[in-house]
Design a binder for this molecule. Structure first.
Ligand code: F0G
Length: 450
């Protein structure tokens, strides 16, 4: 009989205590933080699901590699290891290290885009959109309609609308589309995957118009696992073979190694274009560092070289995706409305449906996130009206799972706390703003219960 219990495919060698607080303490702490969880001290959080970025646990192999770090300014051995490990997966000629994902984005768009250009993506992540707009180009999201319905279950809700892409290129003209991007998995759309069929179709459109295709590859390994689970023809391929195939349909990528690089810092930019790579390296020297370290220490390059391969291990991916799904499925079975199906790195609670008595202008996502902290010391993040103001199409609360950090019993605890908050949902009150900064207000806003 196959055993159904999910177990972590690792044992723990080094532990980090987490700190319990009482409900009375949390009431004080939350008030002092103006009901904005960004303003809490991390030590006052029991389970921190603010982000899966840079919050993962490194393996013994990674820590051993850290000690092998070659800190030479130029021509470091660690860069060779990093380059060959990344190249083994992505296959692109040029691998340019950066300190994190947004640095790779800034350099790519700084070199490849100009004012008046249009960059299509399934859904731009905020920093990606901001970096496109910073050079005066327009960031256009072309997600399939299924991807925009939270409760609809569909296997590849991250797919790009291929007909929409064709129409956009026809409307603005090929000369105004310097590149097309696919974000795998689609973070802003619920951590949903993109199918290989969709990658192939987008790639064919790009080739026909001679437009390069780039991947925002942050969660490429999780995307590969979803393809293995859900796409006919891939069940017997390894995650690595799937990832390699996906990258072959493109011309380059940006990457935050803080996600599927399994590192606490780092990123890279890849391309097959020699001329572009030269310009990118020139810009890199100006702001990030010499092309064999790009703003990272040699030891960081080593950690990524090992981590990016570990992210593709089947035991790890099976546990990772099952554990996120377990959280989503158990709270959903208890009635909690979530973006369906569960994503790879996070569960997104639909706060408007959870708290129908709180109108959007009273920030239902913020109210729910505050209540999850009060009830169980859980830190999540609102993705809704506080973050996007009038542009918010949904009010979501994201529970992002750090990699290899929390165990099955932590997840059981999360389920219990969330269901308890759901039981009390009618007593939860809306919020009003008492301070907001002129931009990116969600990081520093002050709120109070209505
Ligand atoms: N692209 C995607 C899809 C991302 O999710 C992120 C980061 C980035 C680019 C930028 O990478 O942080 O290394 O500069 N996402 C984090 C999150 C911050 O919490 O979702 P970075």
């Amino acid at each position: 009989m196959p055993v159904k219990t999910i177990i972590e495919p690792f044992r723990i060698k080094s532990v980090e205590p987490i700190r319990w607080t009482t409900r009375a303490q949390r009431e004080q702490l939350l008030k002092a933080a103006h009901y904005n969880l960004f303003l809490l001290q991390a030590d006052d959080v029991l389970i921190d699901l603010l982000t899966d970025s840079g919050t993962g646990a490194m393996s013994t192999h990674q820590w051993a590699a850290v000690m092998e770090g070659d800190e030479s300014y130029a021509g470091s051995r660690s860069f060779d290891r990093f380059r060959s490990s990344v190249h083994d997966i992505v296959g692109y000629t040029h691998v340019i290290p950066t300190h994190q994902g947004r640095a790779a984005e800034r350099i790519l768009f700084g070199v490849a885009c100009k004012k008046g250009d249009v960059v299509p993506n399934n859904t731009h992540f905020d920093t990606t959109r901001a970096n496109v707009e910073f050079v005066g180009a327009e960031a256009v999201d072309l997600l399939i309609p299924e991807g925009r319905q939270p409760s609809l279950s569909y296997p590849f809700k991250g797919n790009m609308d291929v007909a929409g892409l064709e129409a956009l290129i026809a409307r603005v003209g090929r000369e105004h589309v310097p590149l097309v991007m696919l974000t795998v998995t689609n973070n802003s759309g619920g951590g949903q995957p993109v199918s290989m069929e969709n990658v192939r179709a987008v790639s064919a459109v790009c080739k026909r118009h001679n437009i390069p295709l780039y991947f925002d590859a942050c969660r490429f390994a999780e995307n590969a696992w979803f393809i293995k689970l859900r796409e006919p023809g891939y069940e017997n391929k390894t995650p690595k073979e799937i990832a390699q195939e996906m990258f072959r349909y493109g011309d380059g990528c940006t990457m935050s190694a803080k996600k599927d690089g399994m590192a606490n810092i780092g990123g890279f930019l890849c391309t097959n274009n020699d001329i572009l790579a030269q310009q990118e390296k020139d810009l890199l020297i100006l702001t990030e560092g010499y092309p064999t370290y790009g703003g990272l220490a040699g030891r960081d390059l080593e950690a990524i070289a090992v981590g990016i391969q570990e992210a593709l291990q089947e035991d790890y991916l099976r546990y990772r995706i099952a554990s996120t799904a377990y959280l989503g499925n158990h709270i959903s079975a208890g009635g909690v409305p979530i973006v369906q199906p569960p994503g790879g790195h996070a569960i997104y609670i639909d706060a408007r449906a959870f708290l129908p008595h709180i109108p959007s202008d009273q920030f239902p996502g913020v109210a729910l996130a505050a209540e999850l902290y009060l009830e169980g010391g859980i830190r999540s993040v609102e993705i809704g009206t506080l973050m996007f103001a009038a542009a918010a199409q949904m009010d979501l609360v994201r529970l992002a799972m750090p990699r290899r950090v929390y165990t099955q019993s932590h997840v059981d605890y999360l389920v219990e706390v969330i269901l308890e908050v759901y039981r009390k949902r009618e007593s939860i009150k809306g919020m009003r703003l008492s301070y907001e900064a002129p931009f990116l207000r969600h990081f520093t806003a002050h709120l109070e219960p209505v």
